[in-house]
Design a protein around this ligand. Structure first.
Ligand code: HEM
Length: 543
């Protein structure tokens, strides 16, 4: 139909009326029978003996769709159930894609430590990211070029710059609290008010990232046209876009238009800055202008614009989701809130009783604050599935497939599959973590145990490797990997800690927080794992 809505009974009836009686019966029978036959053949294909080198396959009834609904609705229980049944390595079908999950710390190592010639990120992500970020950056360029771009950004994310960021972030949070209607109760002594934590954290994250990394022009435009463009672009960064990169829908058209306008916006800023001789800003764009590719070439205007867009998108949902979970847990656990507050008083109380500003270095030395963020990232890593596309068949190491009693190399992940690692599984593995499902920041302050080992692991045993964006610890086999590992490891980690730490400290300094309900469940229907409703936090200005 022209409206796109299909009235199946009416269509079948209409088709039937155009056929002789006996043919109509046959057609009807065939119409209903064909799907059943296809489903049965698909089931039969799965239970018949298969190639012995293929990893075990998760059974599914509907061809092509496969396990998409179960995985998409609740990926972690889906992984756990199949891990129990098949071991750490198994394949499932998701809307025509064959995905081989490799779970646990060894699975992380297998996927994240894999060579990009075998396990490729561009092939897995470019259809989704390039329309949003723009061309010639990130997954739209060969890995070697992207690694250089990561290096350029790393220069911009230096500790030197961070020093000036703490005060800026604090100021943005205070201004936000002073002006937002949901914080009106903060003006009256003793009065409780409430706010939707996700709405608030999304706003604060973009305000603070623009004020620091994105630069003053973007920050001031946020109050105007840029916010709308950002929303349109963000509307193109959903699971639907991941599954179907181009559909004739308004959200897709808005995404493409927003990318174009945003690119022009950044290029315009760049030109104005150069014309005015403003090259000494503390932000990322100023730093990118000074960088050169290995062959001596400076970045083109649109490359700078697209890297800026990529950074905006990479940091926004990951940080705002983490910040939301942090505040929810802190509100739910007043003893933890008190411990953070006491830590602030201990380090920053001045003789007049006020709390002075933190410096970046001081903030990184606050064990309670640090443990709250670490623990939140353990229980709620924003990215539950990290994927690569398989360019060459890769044997699964025996140490990974051996629980099922197999010998080395017996499983081979075929070319064309995707491989998937999940920090969400290894980070709550009960064989690794004591009381794995419980949010307990204290574990990060203990001298032994899984958290202490994970911290040791981060430091590495001195062995580092440089993929082109600076040396990183060589090991990828840690059960704790909220920021990924290896070639594609996050370069925003330090900034995220700075941003989240400053926001959390500011909230705890200002408010007593309460949560009238349990910490909400995970919503997996968004690209980044968010809290479901209700997620309203109550606050009262601290006396
Ligand atoms: C990569 C998590 C914040 C920029 C990654 C990856 C993860 C991750 C898991 C690896 C993806 C993969 O291997 O496919 C997080 C979390 C954050 C966070 C949990 C906050 C709590 C940020 C911020 C920025 C950023 C603030 C930018 C300022 C990047 C970049 C990559 C990356 C450029 C590299 C992608 C690649 O090499 O393929 N992040 N991220 N992230 N992240 Fe973050």
């Amino acid at each position: 139909t022209t409206s796109g809505a299909h009235d199946w009974p009416a269509m079948i009836e209409s088709a039937r009326s155009h056929l002789p009686e006996s043919n109509a019966h046959l057609a009807l029978l065939f119409g209903l029978g064909a799907p059943v036959v296809i489903i049965l053949l698909n089931a039969l294909r799965q239970i018949l003996p298969k190639n012995s080198s293929d990893p075990p396959h998760v059974f599914h009834w509907i061809p092509i769709v496969g396990s998409a609904i179960e995985y998409g609705t609740n990926p972690v229980p889906f992984f756990m159930k199949n891990k129990e049944k098949h071991g750490d390595v198994f394949t499932f079908t998701m809307l025509g894609r064959e995905i081989t999950a490799a779970l646990g710390a060894k699975g992380n190592n297998f996927v994240l430590g894999g060579k990009s010639l075998d396990f490729n990120a561009e092939d897995a992500y470019t259809h989704f990211t390039t329309p949003v970020f723009g061309t010639d950056v990130v997954y739209d360029v060969p890995n070697d070029v992207f690694m250089q771009q990561k290096k350029f950004v790393k220069v911009a994310l230096s500790v030197d710059k961070f020093r000036s960021y703490v005060g800026m972030i604090e100021e943005e949070v205070e201004d936000f609290i002073a002006s937002e209607p949901c914080f009106a109760a903060a003006k009256t002594k003793g009065e409780w008010g409430s706010f939707d934590v996700v709405d608030v954290m999304q706003e604060i994250t973009i305000l603070t990232a623009s004020r620091t990394l994105q630069g003053k022009e973007i920050r001031s435009a946020l109050d105007k046209s840029f916010a709308g463009l950002y929303n349109d672009l963000d509307g193109g960064f959903t699971p639907l876009n991941f599954l179907f990169p181009n559909l004739p829908l308004p959200s897709y058209r808005k995404r493409d238009a927003a990318n174009k306008k945003m690119t022009e916006f950044y290029v315009d800023i760049l030109r104005k800055r150069i014309a005015a001789g403003e090259v000494d800003e503390e932000d990322t764009m100023a730093s990118l202008v000074q960088q050169r590719y290995k062959d001596g070439r400076p970045l083109k205007e649109h490359e700078i614009a697209h890297i800026m867009i990529a950074l905006l998108m990479a940091g926004q949902h990951t940080s705002s989701a983490t910040g939301s979970w942090v505040l929810l847990h802190v509100a739910r656990n007043p003893d933890v809130a008190q411990a953070i507050y006491d830590e602030q008083v201990k380090h920053f109380a001045s003789p007049d009783g006020r709390l002075r500003d933190m410096t970046y270095e001081e903030m990184r030395e606050l064990p309670v604050l640090d443990s709250v963020i670490r623990e939140t990232l353990r229980v709620h890593p924003p990215i539950h599935s990290i994927m690569r596309k398989v360019r060459e068949p890769v044997p699964v190491p025996a140490t990974l497939s051996s629980p099922a009693g197999k010998t080395e190399g017996v499983f081979v992940v075929p070319k064309g599959h995707f491989v998937l690692a999940s920090p969400s599984v290894s980070q709550v593995d009960p064989t690794v973590w004591a009381d794995a499902e419980t949010w307990e920041p204290k574990r990060w302050r203990e001298q032994s145990g899984a958290a202490a080992s994970a911290k040791e692991y981060e430091k590495g045993d001195g062995e580092t490797i440089d993929y082109g964006y600076g040396a990183v610890s060589k090991g990828t086999e840690s059960p704790y990997q909220p920021f990924g590992a290896g070639r594609h490891r996050c370069i925003g980690e330090q900034f995220a800690y700075l941003q989240l730490g400053t926001i959390l400290a500011t909230f705890v300094r200002d408010f007593e927080l309460k949560l009238a309900h349990d910490v909400p469940e995970h919503n997996y229907h968004t690209m980044i794992v968010m809290p479901k409703h209700p997620r309203q936090i109550q606050y009262r200005r601290r006396q």
